[in-house]
Write a protein that binds this ligand. Structure first.
Ligand SMILES: [Zn+2]
Length: 83
């Protein structure tokens, strides 16, 4: 049992709760030198670099019911298009 974050109604206990991304943010992680230890036969060669990167990250995830799923997905599509 849970409360849908869009229609605010309590959902019956045998119905699935669907997680939908409600907010997104742009993130970038810098390169890190010698961050990842090598494993196995390459172990003696030390550590390798983490290349870092940039993209999108979920800032908030909501629980929605099946009836509100199309609406929630449309909101997410709007968020992605606006950024
Ligand atoms: Zn709902």
């Amino acid at each position: 049992m849970y409360r849908c974050s869009l229609c605010k109604t309590t959902v019956q206990s045998n119905r699935p709760a669907i997680q939908v991304i409600a907010e997104i943010r742009r993130v970038s992680y810098p390169m890190r030198v010698a961050a990842i230890p090598l494993r196995g036969r390459r172990k003696k060669k030390g550590r390798k670099d983490d290349p870092g990167g940039s993209g999108w990250e979920a800032a908030r995830i909501d629980l929605v019911c099946e009836a509100c799923l199309p609406q929630a997905e449309a909101r997410l599509a709007e968020l992605i298009a606006a950024e």
